[in-house]
Design a protein around this ligand. Sequence first.
Ligand code: KG4
Ligand code: ZN
Length: 352
Amino acid sequence: MNDQALVLGIETSCDETGIGVVRGSELLADAIASSVDAHSRYGGVVPEVASRAHLEAMAPTVRRALDTAGVALKEIDAIAVTAGPGLAGALLVGVAAAKAYALAADKPLYGVNHLAAHVAVDRLEHGPLPEPALALLVSGGHSSLLLIDDLARGVRPLGATIDDAAGEAFDKVARLLGLPFPGGPPIDREARAGDPGAINFPRGLTSPRDLARHRFDFSFSGLKTAVARWVEARERAGEPVPVADVAASFQEAVCDVLVRKALDACSEHGVDTLLIGGGVAANSRLRSMAEQRCAKAGVRLRAPRPKLCTDNGAMVAALGAHLVEAGVSASTLEIPADSALPVTTVSLHAGL
Ligand code: KG4
Ligand code: ZN
């Protein structure tokens, strides 16, 4: 067992080329090159643009991360890379680069799951995650509740969104309010000046009938439509749209459902640690609401700092270090990039 593995992590599942270096639970470097500006005028990430940007950013960002960490590639114990889920072409750039570095430097390669990496990143800030734990992962592509008994070997999905991801809802609502992409940060900012109780937007899948079938699932598309109708009605009436109130009320509805269902899952499964992760976990209201309600429920909250919640390479390196420590065997050089990698597969092995 190696408890201080020096790992290089490569993340390219979406629009961030993230390269991290960690030693055990210590963060040594977290270099990011984002192509977000190239996508903003389209209101969403354009896969081909993202892939090309990863290709251009890869070598200089790896260089920058190694320099910041003060280590040479030959000193690294293992290379971890996001193998999925994510955009196929974007993942391919990271996986191909990771294989090339692993082959050139003769290092073991770990192809890992992006969602499990969002969970593992917290060890860099709060130390090893107590198990079992419940993870609420909310990002632009996913909204999931996961039961973590043993992160190195698998996670149990309890529920997920049945339509839009939470971050997607933030992005779409921001767009209809005339706010820039990605929509989470500007909605978070606007909401600070608004009244979260101004408009009572629907809480998806919380009625007794829905709960019977979808207790730990989420739905945000009805909420997005409700916001669109509300805004249209104001515009039709020739009245100004109170952007701050709409943002705050929308955000309140999202956070309320997320925290409510996460704590219900904790109590149902007798788990007293809740971890929140993914880009939406950077949201200030989600963090404060989770803090208040967890304290009341006697649940310990683990929320990595906002910069570690959004996509980055350190989270991939952190999961790699966790796998090395747990004695999980490395991946082969034949592993694919799998855009639909299921959340139950934490790391890839031969034949997968
Ligand atoms: O985890 P992430 O960086 O990438 C994916 O794996 O999708 O998450 C990006 C998502 C975007 O939808 C963005 O709007 C959202 O996270 N986000 C936020 C905040 N910061 C980023 N949502 C709400 N509040 C924020 N402060
Ligand atoms: Zn992510």
